[in-house]
Design a protein. Sequence first.
Length: 70
Amino acid sequence: MQDKQNNSRRQFLKTTTKAGALAAIGGLAISACSKEEVKQEGVIRGKSNKEEVLYQGDTKYWKEYYSVAK
């Protein structure tokens, strides 16, 4: 019984893997055939009114982070 259950699980995984691969290949083929190009102009800005929080610390790690982040 255990061997039969393991075999059915393996068969299920093989089938779903094949189906997933075919779906991915189909999606890539469709996207490659489309003639429209997605163009993005400028920076997309959100509508949130939250302010950026900068953490101030006098540790060498924060100083190093801010020196690299500039």
